[in-house]
Design a protein around this ligand. Structure first.
Ligand SMILES: Nc1ncnc2c1ncn2[C@@H]1O[C@H](COP(=O)(O)OP(=O)(O)OP(=O)(O)O)[C@@H](O)[C@H]1O
Ligand SMILES: [Mg+2]
Length: 274
């Protein structure tokens, strides 16, 4: 048996731990709802099924998948999916702190990458690297090219040597920046996008829950929040609920409208709606 994630010492860089450990029960608490497009739901479910049937896959000599890349716009559920996978597997989630991983000293970034992968090999866990593009930039581009090229090479080696005792998950908004060689290492790829109308409606319904609500408020929220990310929708609905509580009234169209106006979703969203 491997050591427990909290018992094993996290590698440190620049005087701080290089990652944060979330035990499975903390992960479960984080994921209240996860609305996934049908395709991603299928991918995640199959992934879990395969991990449950590990011995059978071993018997057939078919390797199990354990390297997942998620890409798409902010606030669409990439990080949440990592929490969900760890919670469902009942293993800890290790969230790497990118700022402490990337180092200006020559060779230090690569050595940090190796340390964090060694740690994840010793302890069954989901190793999660957010803003993955920052480490995995294509070897041709950018400044500090040589240092990053070295880091990318280390990352490639680490991915190749990563056993099947743990899961590696990476997320990025900038998939075009990823080195093609790294891209190839992933056995599971999931695209994330802004919610479509049905997903938006389902999510708003979940967020409102049993909070008292005017009949048209949900439909109004669904119409008004078109083009918003899940994260934006969550913030706007929460804001509207606060307003309703202050007013001592059920959640109404006006609360949704005002909250939307005040929250002012990112310019990209407004443009998309225009
Ligand atoms: N698909 C979703 N289903 C339910 N809630 C979601 C979903 N996507 C986002 N949320 C809500 O928004 C919050 C932020 O989402 P998350 O951190 O997963 O986004 P992300 O895709 O990782 O964004 P970024 O690219 O900025 O890291 C979540 O904690 C959750 O409350
Ligand atoms: Mg994220």
């Amino acid at each position: 048996m491997g050591k427990s994630a909290t018992a094993a010492r996290l590698p440190r860089s620049k005087g701080t731990d290089m990652a944060t450990v979330y035990e499975a029960k903390d992960c479960m608490r984080k994921v209240k709802y996860l609305v996934l497009p049908e395709r991603n739901r299928r991918i995640v479910e199959e992934f879990m099924t395969i991990l449950d049937m590990k011995e059978e896959f071993d018997r057939h000599g078919v390797p199990i998948p354990n390297k997942v890349v998620m890409y798409g716009p902010p606030g669409t559920g990439k990080t949440l999916t990592a929490f969900h996978v760890a919670a469902s597997l009942g293993i800890p989630l290790i969230v790497v702190r990118l700022d402490s991983l990337i180092h200006s000293h020559l060779g230090e970034t690569g050595s940090n990458i190796r340390k964090i992968f060694d740690y994840a090999k010793a302890v069954p866990c989901v190793l999660f690297l957010d803003e993955f593009d920052a480490v995995a930039r294509t070897r041709e581009s950018g400044d500090e090219v040589k240092e990053m090229a070295r880091a990318v090479n280390t990352l490639l080696q680490c991915l190749d040597e990563f056993g099947d005792g743990s899961i590696f998950m990476a997320a990025t908004n900038l998939e075009t920046e990823l080195d093609p060689a790294i891209w190839r290492r992933f056995d599971t790829r999931m695209t994330y996008r802004l919610p479509d109308e049905k997903e938006r409606r389902d999510y708003i319904r979940l967020l409102i829950g049993d909070f008292g609500c005017e009949e048209e408020a949900q439909a109004e929220a669904c119409r008004l929040l078109g083009g918003c990310s899940f994260a934006d929708i969550e913030q706007i609905v929460l804001k509207a609920k606060r307003k309703a509580i202050i007013d001592r009234k059920p959640l109404g169209r006006a609360h949704i409208g005002l909250s939307y106006e005040e929250y002012a979703p990112a310019p990209a969203v407004s443009k998309e709606r225009a």
